[in-house]
Design a protein around this ligand. Structure first.
Ligand code: AMP
Length: 423
């Protein structure tokens, strides 16, 4: 080991596990890409105020979890703790919302930073795939995004992902509910922090996971009894669309999520094999966020799916996502002349689109063949002086063990032919 290790709450990704993470990122994004979402990339840090205004002054993310820094020039920056505020900032900055082609549908994939207490499934540096549909209010859009996420998890072979669904009302009906909830919460036995939260964002108290708090919440007023007609109708349409497409969900009126900007639809995907950090993804509608960060009214909806936890969920279910072999051919040269010839052959195979590696270093045939077997390649190409004299190399099928000489001049074509799936 060197003097250094990765900072607390972070981990490195190395082969072979890193291939699974790439496959998961790809699979989580694929359904959104097929639905017209275009790729967006924003900086890893933003002005701190974007998050304090956008995510919410009362959230754990802003009060406790942001990595902030002040530049030499005195600018306050924060490593991004989530993706939505940045994406909306980028849309507003580029005036995409004025281009008239709304909703702007965008997907992203990146790493995020939260100073949390690390535990299994909770890291200080983690990875999300996200999708946002900015600038349209349509229950079909909420349903579309939920279905895309459900399909993404299913495409990986996961069967244990459950969908929780709720609505948080809007600026018409939420204020009266908020007041009723505050009245109720003020009468409970709560610690100072939670009492402060009651005054700033009482809905988030419903999200408290502690048993002592949960017990007291049994009789809390329910938002569904306060929803306005428009919110009820909107939510009913989302539910109907999901049902029509065979996406199962559980209504959960305690699901408020940790961010301040949500309105109407909120949802979370949970997996029961993950212990306390069970959320593998979540999102919702955030009709008020644009105005919070200085933009025009821009109703929007989106989600972020956790890559790290999706990998853990796969492990918990014993599912191995299909990961392409890193190489298909592994070349084993015996002697210096063979090294020169096979180096050329390896380059030609790669240029012909065949993933190929070579045994480097002056190595014995045994050790080189061990590398060939470990590489996961389908074929080994072995050549020594006698082969070269005959203008051939031995092509060995590493699955069946069969081996035959193939002329060097036709080796690329032969390998390509044998790798091609039978028609
Ligand atoms: P959130 O923005 O908190 O709703 O996060 C969306 C998803 O990102 C969650 O459902 C998790 O799967 C994942 N996630 C959030 N925070 C962490 C973390 N600290 N470590 C690992 N994954 C996380």
């Amino acid at each position: 080991m060197s003097t250094f290790s990765a900072p607390k709450g972070t981990y490195d990704l190395l082969p072979p596990d890193s291939a699974i993470v790439l496959a998961v990122r790809e699979a989580l994004a694929a359904p959104a890409r097929r639905a017209g979402y275009g790729y967006v990339e924003t900086p890893g840090f933003e002005h701190t105020e974007l998050f304090s205004r956008g995510v919410g002054e009362s959230t754990d993310i802003v009060t406790k979890e942001m990595y902030t820094l002040t530049t030499r020039g005195g600018t306050h920056l924060a490593l991004r703790p989530e993706g939505t505020a940045s994406v909306l900032r980028a849309v507003l900055q580029a005036n995409l919302h004025r281009a008239g082609n709304l909703p702007a549908k965008l997907w992203y994939s990146g790493t995020y930073y939260r100073y949390e207490r690390p535990q299994a499934g909770r890291y200080r540096h983690f990875s999300q795939v996200g999708a946002e549909a900015v600038g349209a209010e349509d229950p079909a859009l909420d349903a579309e995004l939920i279905i895309l996420a459900a399909d993404a998890f299913a495409s990986l072979g996961l069967t244990g992902v459950r969908l929780l669904l709720n609505t948080l009302g809007d600026r018409e009906c939420r204020p009266a509910y908020r007041a009723a909830l505050q009245d109720f919460l003020r009468g409970l036995d709560l610690d100072a922090d939670t009492r402060a939260r009651v005054e700033i964002n009482p809905l988030r108290v419903l999200d408290d996971k502690r048993e002592s708090v949960r017990r007291q919440l049994a009789e809390a007023p329910r938002l569904r009894d306060h929803l306005c007609q428009a919110c009820k109708a909107y939510h009913e349409q989302v539910r109907e669309l999901l049902t029509a497409e065979g996406v199962a969900f559980t209504d959960d009126d305690r699901l408020v999520r940790g961010l301040d900007y949500y309105t109407r639809t909120t949802f979370e995907f949970v997996h029961d094999g993950l212990g306390s950090q069970s959320a593998v993804g979540g999102g919702g509608r955030y009709d008020g966020l644009s105005e919070l960060i200085g933009g025009p009214p821009l109703p929007s909806v989106g989600w972020a799916l956790g890559v790290d936890r999706t990998v853990l969920a796969l492990r918990a279910e014993g599912v191995e996502p299909p990961v392409p072999a890193t190489v298909e051919v592994f070349a084993v040269p015996l002697g210096s002349e063979a090294r020169r010839v096979l180096f050329g052959l390896v380059t030609a195979l790669r240029r012909a689109g065949v993933a190929t590696d070579l045994a480097y270093g002056e190595r014995g045939v045994k050790s080189a063949m061990r590398s060939a077997n470990r590489s996961g390649a389908r074929f080994a190409v072995v050549a020594g002086e006698r082969d070269l004299a005959e203008g051939v190399a031995q092509l060995k099928d590493l699955e069946s063990g069969e081996q035959s000489p193939v002329p060097l001049a036709s080796l690329v074509e032969e390998v390509r032919g044998r790798l091609a799936p039978p028609v």
